[in-house]
Design a protein around this ligand. Sequence first.
Ligand code: TEU
Length: 559
Amino acid sequence: MAHKNLWWQDGAVYQIYPRSFFDSNGDGNGDLRGIEQKIDYIKNLGVDAIWCCPCFKSPQVDNGYDVADYRDIDPIYGTLEDWKSLVKAAHERGLKFIMDLVVNHTSDQHEWFKNARSSRENPYHDYYIFRDAGDGKEPCNWRAVFGGSVWEYNEATDEYYLHLFSKEQPDLNWNNENVVREIHDVVRYWCRLGVDGFRLDTFNNIDKDLTFPHVEPLPGSKYGRGTRYCVNRPGVDLAIRRLRKDVLDEYGATTVAEVSCVEKEVAKRYSDPACGEFDAIYFFDGLNFDQEPENKFMPKPRDLAAFKKALNEQQQDLFGCGWQALFIDNHDQARGVSRFGDDKRYPAESAKALANAMYFLRGTPYIFQGDEIGMTNLLFDQIEDFRDVEVRNAYREHVVEQGEDEQKWLGLFRERSRDNGRSPMQWDSGMNAGFSEGTPWMPVNKNYAAINVERQEGTPGSVLEFYKKLLAVRKQYPVVFEGRTEFIDMEDPVIFAYKRVLEGEVLLSVGNFSGEKASFILPDGLDIGKGRIILSDTVTCLSGKMILEPYECFTAVFR
Ligand code: TEU
């Protein structure tokens, strides 16, 4: 059956964290030339596009999510010429290129902010959100994402400025028309240079309630969550519609909005083509069912039913009206294999089971570098090994300032920190996993001799070959793109199974998410005679009652 989706619906995206992908010049940092050298590796996976995390000029406080110049490349990544060469190489291979656009805030080293903070009269002052500090009190008690207050004192003007993330990431004032114009110019600049789309970083934060209401403090803290006053406000819809009309549509550039705290109606509005906003949403709330809402480092017990429920809600909410990104993890998450699988006894099986479970759902796969070889969490045991500003701040707050147990916090960071997803890509079993000839900017995972690309490439049964097969097979069945999603036995604590249903075609994806054998009963209405396994390294035939080995998985099509 013919279907007529757009490339970003039919395709799969490969997410690159440039600092940790491949270092071409031995300075310990991955770079753009490094990505270009690996371009055929990316192409051969069977993906259709690359999303590259920010590579703009930046002091790297938050690894590039603090932009100091939107029109230039950071020297650690190379030059604008390198960028052009990379995009050309991608395009020559039919790969689209998506940039990461961070416009809720800039770096405090951006010229706009340096000007803005210098005096109240400076023309750039109103590019950011300042409040008078006359009475010595912070304007409100919201907690910043990376800890502490969202307000930072600025001596030169005797004011506070707003930063929802770290204090080196001041928030832009989207109510200022000059800011809107500047950002539109930036987007136009990259469109003219040939980008195919943008991932819009935390875009649903750009509009804030400027009365800054006081909120209920979190237990044991002065600060509380200001979320409802700074997410999904009407200015977000207006801003993206304008950006589309004024710039994006002219170039046919696609957008994927990285958003959190998105309820059904908002998710629909953001991604329903009829609303003219984003092309897709990348919502990460779905993965957060295993952590305490008020403290991301506090794990809740693993709960497969909760995972299924979260994904099912997204699938149902957007069916027929919106579009979503599918992902197992990213540079802000611990590795999926460690978080949802068994990285000790069944690392490869877990990696496959996760991919099998996630990437036959309705949406666009966003495969994070290293997932395709089953990379796992790091085992850092001292604070010095961690690089992430979020961990460093949490350590200061809890261990240094509040005197809490250091070992407890190191244990939590080990499980949950974003650094887990950011360690260098494991290319081979040579020095530094083949990532760099210098000293890597952060330690390589110690398991690189066992888990690396070289070992898996062309090796039957490897995670890498499984991913390639998966990506190839997805494209052959319209049901993958258009079918309705029906989860099977949502409450089952170990089996992750769903059907995708389209007239004349049913896809069945099944995986055992446990370290024990588990049985799966083929649901009524599926005719074994018409079924065919389209993906599995181990399951060869269908039967009414199937016994699955630990983390064993398969996908079948009935037509
Ligand atoms: O993430 C948005 C976001 O809200 C995350 O900060 C998330 O809450 C956090 O990672 C929890 O640990 C984006 C980027 O993906 C992230 O890397 C940036 O740090 C952040 O925006 C700020 O730009």
